[in-house]
Design a protein around this ligand. Sequence first.
Ligand code: APR
Length: 174
Amino acid sequence: MPIEIITADITRLNVDAIVNAANGSLLGGGGVDGAIHRAAGPALLQACRELPQVSPGVRCPTGEARITPGFRLPARYVIHTVGPVWRDGHSGEPELLARCYRRSMSLAFEHGVDAIAFPAISCGVYGYPPEQAAPVALRSLRDALAMGPPPHVLLCCFDEAMAAIWRHALNDAA
Ligand code: APR
């Protein structure tokens, strides 16, 4: 599976697209969302504001994805997706998380992206246990990679502890 687990600051990666773990407003936040907006500059927020609201205050529902330019980032595109907030694992979280990866990959294929980096969606503020998120994400990515010429997929963890969890899951999926 052309998926590589790395430890890095996703805002510094020189890839076609980086994925943002956003919230439904797409108006920024903390974590990787905050880092991406800081690095991209104010034009990113402006581009997000111009995306249509699908309901009051919501530009991207949970499990969906939207694409914008990367502006000052090395990446050409930012694919914004909204992961599920972890409750108990039986409230639809796995399906919604899988959809985040699938929808982001669909946008990557549509835009001819040949290298894409994902953060560990929902594994921070949204509380998704990474040991449970990683297998869901990798299965979804494996299915999505069958959709067309596989882009180079990077799972960009922010620390080695997280990377070890994802590498373990990748080895299990092999
Ligand atoms: N590069 C790579 N990964 C990062 C970076 C970075 N610069 N900064 C944070 N991360 C990692 C976190 O350590 C975590 O493993 O991204 C993962 C996702 O964590 P969050 O950013 O908290 O995202 P999430 O859990 O999906 O929560 C989304 O947080 O920031 C708000 O607006 C956002 O409301 C939304 C919520």
